[in-house]
Every structure is written in C-alpha cells, then in structure tokens.
Design a protein around this ligand. Structure first.
Ligand code: C5P
Length: 235
C-alpha cells in the first residue's frame, strides 16, 4: 500500500515560518478551508507555536512539527511521545540510526509519522568534511535513506531534485516530503535545488512544503489554490 493520503488537499503543507501566533492566525484565517496541513518549525514553535498547533489540530487541521530532533535515544523517545500526544501528524528527526530507532519507539501506536532528514540541503561536501565526516553528500544521503528504510521510518524529507533517486531506494510505501518547491515564475529566495509542484510530484513526492510563495503572497488563498491545481494536474 502506498503512503495513504485520503484528502488530496493534504498534499500541500504550508510552512508557517512566522514570528508569532498572531501572525500565524492571520495567515491561517486567510487560507481558510482549502489548506489542511501546516508546518511549524523553530521560529513559530519557540514563540508559542505548540499551543497553536493544538488549536489547529482541534480545528481539524494536520500539523507537521519540523524540529529535526537529535539527542540520546531516551531523550528522543520521550520527546517524540510528547509530540505524539499533541496529535501532530508528522515530525522530523535527523537520520542517525540511533535517533530514528528511538523516534519509532517513542511514537508507539500513535498515528504520528516520523520523517528522516538525511543531509541538510545547506550542506555540501566541504561542509561535511568541516564537520568531520569522511563521506560526501551523495554517499551520505544514499546511505541514510537505506538506513531509514531498514529501520522502518515513515518517510524522508528531501529536495525535489533528489525525490526520484530517494524513491528508488525507499520503495512505494513510505512518504517523500519535499521543500524547495516554487510555482513557475515565483522567486527562489535562498532555495537552490528548486522544482515546480508538477516536477516535484512527477519525481515521486507525496507532500510538498511551500512557505514564502504562499505566506508572503498578497493573496495567500489564491497562491495555495494555484499550487493545489498544479499538484492535481501532475497526478
Ligand atoms: O519559504 P520556503 O517555501 O522556502 O519554505 C520551505 C520550508 O521548508 C522552510 O520551513 C524550510 O525551513 C524547510 N526546509 C527546507 N529545506 C530543507 C528542509 C526544510 O527548505 N532541506
């Protein structure tokens, strides 16, 4: 069975990279019922965003907590259990085998899905060498995707330009979530390996994370609808 996505609107995850709950409430209010899935990262998460996550979940939205956890196993497992208790749908952890195993243990029987971050997209081979790694990005990503698959994590976060090769290793059942998605004609910002929604879905992505092209748009709802239409066209 492929990664289940009962509501096609869930394929779009809007990144609430905003400094306050008030700012997030405004965006969510303007997006309305078309957007069903939100990502909360460090910025909003550490300014009251976990309480806001609870409100979103109570309103029937899905929440992706993007905290990229990495610590000793006991700490990871207990932290993951707390996020499962919040009712979140997705949570990121760094793709270290100990961390991935602890996260899978911590989520228990909850529906929370653990997503592994292989190598941060801001890292190149020189950055890995500077951080004392012997292997480069391509080799490290390939190895960590295979480890994620073998440990049984629920999915992987990767650049849309890597989705096809990740899918080949990961198989059909696990989720691929891709940031770095830019509708044709929108600014790339600091994203380097970008793709359009159509390209990302065709490469095998299940969910697309889009932030600034929607949240920073003068009309966020129509920007979101345009991305959803492009996703629908690709399927
Ligand atoms: O604004 P934008 O569409 O670039 O937002 C993309 C989101 O995805 C941000 O929250 C960013 O932190 C996140 N992300 C990313 N690249 C990764 C992992 C996460 O852009 N490799």
């Amino acid at each position: 069975m492929a990664h289940p996505i009962p509501d096609p609107r869930d394929r779009l995850i809007v990144a609430l990279d905003l400094p306050s709950v008030r700012a997030a409430e405004t965006v969510v209010g303007r997006l309305g019922k078309e957007v069903t899935f939100y990502k909360i990262g460090y910025e909003l998460g550490f300014s009251g965003g976990l309480g806001f996550a609870r409100e979103l979940i109570a309103d029937g939205k899905k929440v992706f907590i993007d905290f990229k956890l990495h610590d000793i196993g006991n700490t990871v497992a207990r932290g993951v259990a707390s996020i499962a208790g919040l009712g979140a749908s997705f949570l990121t952890v760094h793709a270290y085998p100990q961390t991935m195993r602890a996260a899978m243990e911590g989520k228990g029987a909850s529906p929370l899905r653990i997503l592994a971050v292989t190598v941060l997209t801001s890292y190149d081979d020189a950055d890995l060498a500077e951080a004392s790694y012997g292997a480069g990005v391509a080799e490290t990503v390939a190895r960590r995707v295979a480890q994620a698959r073998d440990i049984g994590v629920d999915g992987v976060v990767c650049a849309p330009t890597d989705a096809a090769s990740v899918r080949a290793v990961l198989g059909p059942r696990r989720a691929i979530v891709t940031p770095g998605v830019r509708p044709a004609g929108s600014a790339a910002g600091d994203q380097k390996r970008v793709a359009t929604p159509l390209e990302a879905i065709r490469a095998g992505a299940d969910h697309l994370v889009v932030g600034r092209p929607i949240v920073g748009s003068p009309d966020p709802a129509s920007a979101a609808r345009a991305v959803q239409a492009e996703i629908a066209a690709a399927l």
